[in-house]
Every structure is written in C-alpha cells, then in structure tokens.
Design a protein around this ligand. Structure first.
Ligand SMILES: Cc1cc2nc3c(=O)[nH]c(=O)nc-3n(C[C@H](O)[C@H](O)[C@H](O)COP(=O)(O)OP(=O)(O)OC[C@H]3O[C@@H](n4cnc5c(N)ncnc54)[C@H](O)[C@@H]3O)c2cc1C
Ligand SMILES: Cc1cc2nc3c(=O)[nH]c(=O)nc-3n(C[C@H](O)[C@H](O)[C@H](O)COP(=O)(O)O)c2cc1C
Length: 763
C-alpha cells in the first residue's frame, strides 16, 4: 500500500510508525513543510494513563520518549500571594522538538520516507498518486479547507488570548499556574518543565485585558518583555522566549475549537488537530493525535477496505474526541470565566481550578492527595462553623440561614405527590415527608403547596388556603421536629396557566378530562395548543393572589415551618411574569426584566412582612428557558438573582426550564449546576443547585468548589428516602445521626459498607 502522510507532526509521524509496525511492506512517505528540527512550540504534556496506551502500541518509541520525560506530580497554584500545592497528579513533559525528533528517528528506522521542506499545495492532487493520504496538517489544515464541503468543519474561535512561550526558569517541582492582577485585569500563566533547563510558559488572558495591556500592537519580542515584567516575581530574572517565527505579528492566538462532521473523503482522511482540537489547558492534543494514529493503523489492518476502515475510525475516534472536547470545553470556559472565581479563598479557588474539567471528582482528588483534600475539607467545615477540628465531607457541613441551622447540605427537593384531597395533605404526606426527614437530609422541602384552590396544578396538589390544611401540615411539621433533626420548608406557589391539569402519573400538563377550572397568567396565553387559554391577570387579580400568598405564609408560620420557598420557576404563575416567553404585558409588569420581576418581588415583600424575621425565605427560579436568546438565559438569571438578593431573599434555588413546550434542554450530570455557580459567584448570593445530581461525589464537588451552598436531590429521594444516611455509611462518616430505633440496621449497614474509606459508591 502506498501511503502519504501530509504533515510531520505527532499525528503524521506516529501514524507512519504505527502502519509500518503492522505492515513492514507498506510504502509510507511523510511530507513536512518545515526542516526536521524546526518546530514551533515548547513542551507537551502527557498524563501517566495516556502514555501507557501509547507504550502498548510501540514500546521502542515509548522507551525513547520516556527517557526524555520530565516528571512531576504536584500542581501549584499561585494566587493572591499564596502558593497552594496538591499532589498525585502524575504528569510528564517532553520538548515538542525532542518528541518529533524521536518519532522521526523511529520512523526512519522502520523504513518510512521523510521528506522535509516539502510544501504540499493540495491533498486532492497528492491523493491521485497514493492509495491513502492521511491529512495530519495541523490546526490550520489546508486539506480541511480544500475539502470543506465534504468535511463540514465547525470552527469555534474562543474568547481568550494566549501565547505559547518558553523560559529557562525552573518549574521542575510542579505544574504551575500563576494568576496575576494587573492594572488592566487578570492575566495568568500555565507553566511546566519539559527538559533539564526549559519550561513551557503559556500566558493567557481575556481579550479586554489583552487590548488594555496593548499586546495587539506589540512584536513577539515586546510581548515577551511585557510578560516578563508582569510575571517578574516568578521568573527569577529569566527571560521569556518565543519560537513562533512562523506566526506573523505578536504570536498571540485565540484557540479554535475544531470538529469536522466527516473525517474522510475518497482516499483522504483527517487526523490530529486537522480533524479535531482539544484546548491546551487539558494537555490532550498530542494524545488525541497519537491515539487516532494508532486507531487508524489498526482499522487499516482489520478492515477489508478503506471505506470500512474509515467508518470504524470515525466511529471510534469521534466518541473519544467528543468526550475530551467536552472536558476541554469545561476547562477552557473555566479560564474564560475565571474572573467569576477570583474572589474565592485560595483553597476553594485551587479546588475549583483542579476540578474545572469535571473529569476529576472529589474522591478522585482524595486518591491523588489525601492530606491536601482533608485540609481543604477542614477549611470548608471551619468556614461553615463546624469547629476547628472537623474533617468531614462538605455535604456534612452545617449551614445557617437567618436563625435556621441546617445540620448538613442535602435538601429533599420539592416533589408534587398528587395525593392531597381538596388541597389537604393526607397520611400519605405524613409518611412521605416523615420518612425523608428521618433519612438524614438537612432540609426537606414540601411539594408546591398552592395558595388557592384555583392555584393548584392538579386536583391532587396540596394547598395552604383553609384551616384544615394548616392543621394537616402542622401534624407533619410537628412529627419532623419531634422525631428528627431535619428542618422543613414549605414551597408556596400558584399554578397560573399550567393549572387545571392531570395528575403527574396520568398525562402531565394535559387538561383534566372533566371539571376544568379557569386559569390566569401574566398574559392571556395557553401552555400548549391543548390547554385552555389563561386570562391575563388584572390588578385586582394580582391583589387577591398577593393576599392569598400572605395568608398562606401566615398559616405556614403557625404550622411551624422553618423556612418558606416561593415558587417562581417552571412556568407557573410567578414564573409567567419573569420569562418574556409568557409576559408581553404593556403595563409596568411587562417589558424589561425589572418590570417583569415587579410582581414576583411584590409577592416576596408581602410574604416577608408576615413571615417571622428569624426564618429564611428561598426563591426558586428557572435560570434558563432553553429556547435561546428570546427566553431567559444564564446572564438574565444572574440579574434575577441580584434583584432577589436586593429584595432580601436568603437563598436562590436555581432550577431551569419547564417554561415552554419549545424548550431544548441540554441534559447531563449536574446540568443545571453551572447556573447556580454563576449566580452564586457573580452576585455573592447563597444558592441551591438541583438537577441530575445523584452521587455524594457530585454533591461534595459542587459544594467544595463553591458552586452552591445547598444541593437538592429530587428523584434520588423518591428511590431512597435514606439517601443521606446511606451516603454517610458508604463514605465512612460515623457522625451522621440515625433514628435510635434503627441503630441495629445502621450498625449492620456500616459493617456491610466495609469501613467506608473508599470511593463514594453509588447510593
Ligand atoms: C499553546 C499550545 C500548547 C499546547 N500544549 C500541548 C500539551 O501540553 N500537550 C499536548 O498534548 N498538546 C498540546 N498542544 C496541542 C498540540 O500541539 C497539538 O494538538 C498536536 O501537535 C497535534 O498534532 P498534529 O500532528 O495533528 O498537528 P501539528 O503538530 O500541528 O503538526 C502538523 C504538521 O503539518 C505540517 N504542515 C501543515 N501544512 C502542511 C503542508 N501544506 N505541507 C507540508 N506540511 C504541512 C506542519 O508544519 C506541522 O509540522 C498545544 C497546542 C498549543 C497551541
Ligand atoms: C415527581 C416530581 C415532582 C416534582 N414536583 C415539584 C414541585 O412541586 N415543585 C418544584 O419546584 N419542583 C418539582 N419537581 C422538580 C424537582 O424538585 C427537581 O427540580 C427536578 O426533579 C430535578 O432534580 P432531580 O434530577 O434530582 O430529580 C418535581 C420533580 C419530580 C420528579
């Protein structure tokens, strides 16, 4: 087989090697425009795990590469005058130039023809003389452009500016991040040693900072001198060097995230950065390139023909690329949004940085560096007021809101039971909430409890609009207080246009088969074509509903609830005012966000007046309508958070969606947590995160990284009322209190959980 590799970077060279290892007869030529020893860039990093994969493919080149590795285990973060170090990260670095030289040597040894200083003008032309052309022509792949109509590349140019520099200052004890504040904003460096006397020093900052610092008008040399001045405290008098002579201008770049819809056409296949890129902050570009090379070489051998080999290659590598790109996106977005985290304590900032890609979990950090994680946990507990010597997982830290003290950070999220009779909670509710309060969560939130009969979602919804409701709720609250140390919060709401619908397990959001009652909303509208049209609320309606909220709050206070939550999410009445999707009023309650928030805030203030001053009030919002720019998006949610904070809300319960039938949510683990993170860290307001959070590890990492103050779990608590007790047992936390009658069960559970010092297993 006659093969051309277009590009002598890691992808092209390693593919040539991998093919020759499988088929010594193959005729393989690598075409590279540069000389053999002139390459841009400085070092590249591999994780231990990555390198084991490569070594399995070719032990010879792996041994050569390994013998030039600089190893380090620690990550050091310089921030606000402190250097925080954590260990166990296991990385190695090598000069890019050295890596390429070793790969060239190995390729030659295996009989690959290397043609340097050979510019290929067209892959299509080249392909006429070869059976296979591997287009490994890098980030700015000409082939990708030439065949754009077939490959359909999507190139997303990211916001930050970065420059890849080198230095002879030693960073040999740790992969080092340095965050520096300048008069024009923050700028930071990613630094790591890659051989005896050289380290990579990537400098990155937001475009606004870059403009203000004047980098745009500087030569590469001037850029280096400016960066030297900024990072002088860390460079020990050493210079910063650029070797990007091939780049015009200042050598600063914006990272392009590349993904092609198709990776092959005819006998041409894309590989490495040409096909897909992964942001440098997760150090995986070279790994991706080399692993793709191995996969393609494998399929070339195992499959009967080129199209079959290409199909398997694309299939297998695309999944891996998407996985890495998702981690890379989290990581690069963290750096793009870093100013959001720059108020954090160095301990929390460090944790947030280490877990930014969401590939490293809380318990995984414990495996890497137990002492460091425990010191961070102790810091968290101290801050939470748990005392100086407490080392427990963050989920077991107390939280105080006004005079309410929660024993831990787990919340049973509000969940409609549809078991009420005429709005009155029944024995079902006593047992249901009683069980969950016994189950160890710090806070149990009731289902949406409606302020009037017409404000119910379904005929099975609970209410707080009659003395009998107050008495029934009091019985539940009294049980929780008498028998458990959980607190209980009443979620008050009004269904608006989504009212008069069937029970949750019948047809969700569908109108009743008979006995529908009239509904109202911010504007005359219907939830869907099947639902009745709600009438627009008049001012008189608004007064009446406000008084209903006030009366319900008074009843909840008399029933002894510890906390109130006002439901302003999910398309119900108050939510219908907030989202522009259902509010097109022309009075002072419609239009700009401040107007759309006016009525929900009016309710909040009226309720706050009658609710005991020592007890907190939460507000649940939909932080994203999931319909794009014409609905609520996360920046709007920050503005909503600010208005709630100014109004005196104690905590924002950050949910999302359910405001439009056109919503297209992007689901995933912890998928709504970024909205909580954003509100909390941009406003300073306390938040609760919710949405597909189901493992203790999720909860601990959210709390420890400062992405929320409380974590709500809904469905996990339907499956297991004792979620928190079980989590504690599996994690080996013996301080969690169990109800005394259950001690024998607890002891057996502890024994079966086996000391619980290991990873937080699924609960
Ligand atoms: C700032 C920065 C830091 C990085 N840090 C790391 C890191 O720490 N770890 C890591 O794994 N990765 C890192 N990367 C990414 C890594 O450099 C790339 O992912 C990797 O080099 C991809 O290999 P490749 O072979 O696909 O492309 P390249 O290495 O770019 O190789 C492509 C080659 O093709 C040649 N070429 C292009 N067009 C033609 C043509 N028409 N004719 C002839 N030759 C041509 C080029 O000269 C080049 O040598 C970093 C990238 C950047 C920008
Ligand atoms: C059966 C059920 C009923 C729900 N009822 C309510 C409710 O009354 N009020 C509310 O704000 N959210 C309600 N939710 C939403 C949950 O509180 C939570 O936000 C959502 O289920 C996502 O969390 P999870 O992934 O942990 O389940 C309900 C969810 C479920 C599954």
């Amino acid at each position: 087989m006659k093969i051309a590799c277009l590009g002598g970077g890691p992808a092209g060279l390693y593919f040539a090697i991998s093919v020759k290892l499988r088929d010594a007869e193959a005729d393989v030529t690598v075409f590279e425009r540069n000389r053999s020893d002139d390459t841009f860039g400085w070092g590249v990093v591999f994780s231990d795990e990555t390198f084991d994969n490569i070594a399995g493919n070719d032990p010879v080149s792996a041994a050569a590469i390994r013998s030039h590795f600089a190893y380090w285990d620690d990550i050091a973060v310089h921030y606000r005058g402190q250097r925080v170090v954590s260990g166990g990260h296991g990385f190695s670095g090598i000069a890019r130039k050295k890596l390429l030289m070793l790969l060239q040597e190995r390729a030659r040894e295996l009989g690959v023809t290397l043609r340097f200083q050979t510019e290929i003008a067209s892959a299509v032309e080249l392909a006429k003389n070869y059976d296979l052309v591997v287009a490994a022509d890098g980030l700015n792949s000409r082939t990708r452009g030439e065949l754009a109509a077939h490959f359909k590349p999507a190139v997303d140019i990211r916001k930050n500016k970065f420059v890849w520099l080198g230095t002879q200052q030693k960073f040999d004890d740790a992969f080092t991040f340095i965050f520096e504040e300048t008069a024009h904003g923050w700028i930071w460096a990613h630094a790591y040693q890659f051989d005896g006397d050289t380290a990579t020093f990537i400098v990155e900052c937001a475009e606004t900072t870059w403009n203000k610092l004047g980098f745009g008008g500087m030569s590469q040399d001037e850029s280096c001198r400016t960066c030297e001045r900024i990072f002088a405290n860390y460079l020990g008098g050493h210079r910063l060097m650029s070797n990007a002579a091939h780049l015009r201008g200042s050598a600063w770049l914006n990272f392009p995230r590349v993904l092609c819809e198709k990776w092959s056409h005819g006998n041409i296949v894309l590989m490495g950065d040409a096909a897909a890129t992964a942001h440098f902050s997760i150090g995986s570009g070279t790994k991706l390139a080399m692993e793709s090379a191995v996969a393609m070489a494998d399929y070339l051998r195992s499959e009967p023909n080129l199209p079959a080999a290409f199909a398997r290659y694309e299939d297998a590598r695309r999944t891996e690329v998407l996985r890495l790109q998702s981690a890379a996106r989290n990581s690069l977005e963290w750096f793009e949004d870093v100013e959001r985290y720059l108020h954090l304590d160095p301990v929390q900032f460090n944790y947030s940085l280490l877990t930014r890609s969401q590939r490293i979990s809380h318990e995984n950090l414990r495996l890497r560096d137990k002492a460091w994680l425990e010191s961070a946990e102790a810091w968290f507990q101290r801050l939470a007021g748990a005392g100086d010597n407490t080392v427990r997982r963050p989920m077991f830290a107390p939280l105080r809101l006004r005079d309410m003290r929660l024993k831990n950070r787990i919340v049973v999220s509000p969940m409609a039971q549809y078991k009420a009779v005429d709005g009155c909670p029944t024995d079902w509710h006593l047992v249901h909430y009683g069980e969950r309060a016994k189950g160890g969560a710090g806070l149990v939130v009731t289902e949406m409890t409606c302020v009037s009969a017409e404000g119910r979602i379904t005929p099975g919804c609970t209410g707080m609009y009659a003395p009998v409701h107050e008495r029934a709720w009091k019985r539940i609250v009294d049980f929780v207080h008498a028998e458990t140390d959980a607190k209980i919060c009443c979620q008050l709401g009004h269904s608006g246009a989504k009212g008069s619908t069937q029970l949750g397990w019948e047809e969700m959001d569908a109108p009743l088969k008979s006995g529908n009652w009239p509904v109202m909303s911010a504007t005359a509208s219907a939830w869907s074509a099947r639902n009745q049209r709600a009438r627009a609320m008049t001012r008189a309606d608004m007064d009446r509903v406000r008084e209903q909220f006030v009366a319900a709050a008074e009843m909840a206070a008399r029933a002894g609830f510890d906390m109130l939550e006002i439901h302003c999410a999910h398309g119900y009445l108050l939510s219908s005012f907030i989202t522009p999707l259902t509010n097109w009023r022309t009075d002072e309650y419609g239009g700009a966000l401040a107007n759309r928030m006016r009525y929900p805030l009016e309710i909040f203030h009226a309720v706050r007046e009658v609710w005991p001053a020592d007890k907190p009030i939460a507000v649940r919002i939909s932080a994203n309508d999931w319909v794009g720019a014409h609905g609520i998006e996360p920046p709007d949610a920050v503005a909503i958070g600010r208005l709630l904070q100014d109004a005196g809300a104690d905590i924002c319960d950050v949910s999302a969606g359910q405001t439009s039938i056109d919503a297209r949510p992007v689901y995933g683990r912890m998928f709504q947590t970024p909205f909580s993170d954003r509100i909390r860290n941009e406003t300073g307001m306390a938040t609760m995160a919710v949405g597909n959070i189901f493992e203790p590890d999720h909860v601990n990492s959210i709390l420890m990284a400062g992405r929320a103050d409380l974590v709500c779990l809904a469905r996990p608590h339907l499956a297991n009322p004792y979620w928190t007790l079980h989590a504690a047992a599996r994690l080996g936390d013996r301080e969690q209190t169990w109800p005394p009658p259950y001690y024998a069960g607890r002891d057996q559970f502890y024994r079966l959980a086996g000391g619980g010092d290991g990873l937080a297993a699924k609960v």
